[in-house]
Design a protein around this ligand. Sequence first.
Ligand code: UDX
Length: 438
Amino acid sequence: MKIAVVGTGYVGLVTAVCLAHTGHEVRCLDRDETKISLLRRGVPPIFEAGVRELMEENKNSLIYTADPGEAIPGAEVIFICVGTPERADGYANLAAIYESAEEIAEHADRDCVVVVKSTVPMGTNEKLEKLLSSRIRRGIRLEVASNPEFLSQGTAVRDMLSGQRLVLGVESETAEAVLRRVYREFDVPILVSDRKTAEMIKYASNNFLALKISYINEIANLCEAVGADVETVALGMGMDERIGNRFLRSGVGYGGSCFPKDTKALHWLARYHDFELKTVKAAIEVNENQKIRLIKKARRYYPCLEGLNAAVLGLSFKPGTDDLRDAPSLQHVAVLLDNGVHVRVWDPAAMEGFRRLFTGSVRYCSSIGEALKDTDICFILTEWEEVRAFPLVMFPRLMKRPVVLDGRNCFDPGAAREAGIVYDSIGRRPVLGDVAQQ
Ligand code: UDX
């Protein structure tokens, strides 16, 4: 099939390469000329496993362009994969969706199905169809379908080609048939619903996962207060199939491009309908506090933080990505600097992005060892493999005082005790080592 994909971010590019991989001819449209020239040279502008290889393997069926007049004409299916970032009031900003619609209306020259993959509030697809139908050339039949994405960064290609479900939100059998043809080669169960239900499935899923994380984080904080161990609690809870063992890792809170914005958008949407989603509101609040949980802990060891030298290991919102959107590190490092702490950071993928985003002055280190050198405290914010594999005995050798606050539970407290460090993680009993509280 001839397919156009509008937007070459995580969702757009992964969608495009997977569709090309399953036999379609795909034109990728992005107004960012820099991205387009990178893509034409075979370089993905995102850090995502498998994308570069699929671009190379399918280069004959992929075209990259910044010109809607080249991408849209002739397309039977047009995917909208542009961002819907958070507005200042928490609602989703749909400007890019409507700008894509304008381009589609101007250039579509045949009957087609416009498929919205971006996460949009319930009712957006319906509005979009009205807008497109009023602008499109006479005689062309166009339908809008909702097909939310459920991709996790780091495993996006696998999630798309053999994920757990494809949700097709359609209002006609024609649109359903077209989408089934698009996904003919995909090894994924399909659920068909109306458009609003499909839009809601996406929000309800992401909000539920965010709730699950905030729940285990609150339980972790309580575990610390009563002296229980959250890792074993999560293990025990997860053995119950009704609960499931995934998304029960406690830590310094969720970040990324989806959970923070989707929780706020659903909360906003509920308020608009005179409702309060109390559980979602609580998840948002818990997450905000959790992001700076380690700073509160630091005060146990250093009542005054001013003048301390601190190492921060991990900046991206999770391992395997350079993405810093809503990463706990942004807030964490800002609070440290506000408190007069000298900060050294290390991350294997996200330092360049951090440098661009973050205005505060920090020292960028090219190894974990360099970051730890002569510091008074170390904060672990992302569970990179390099951090997990770092020998615990090196902490006391490199640091001035080996106080390690681990926001991702990377190490075994027993091993930390043997290494002679102060080791305080999330939801587990702290190891106070030889260095008593000051
Ligand atoms: C998420 C959803 O998983 C995906 O289905 C949706 O389409 C987009 O949002 P992603 O943002 O890539 O994907 O990352 P994910 O692996 O879900 O992690 C999100 C955040 O939650 C990270 O900051 C991660 O560290 C945190 N997290 C995740 C936890 O703190 N504990 C967990 O148990 C799982």
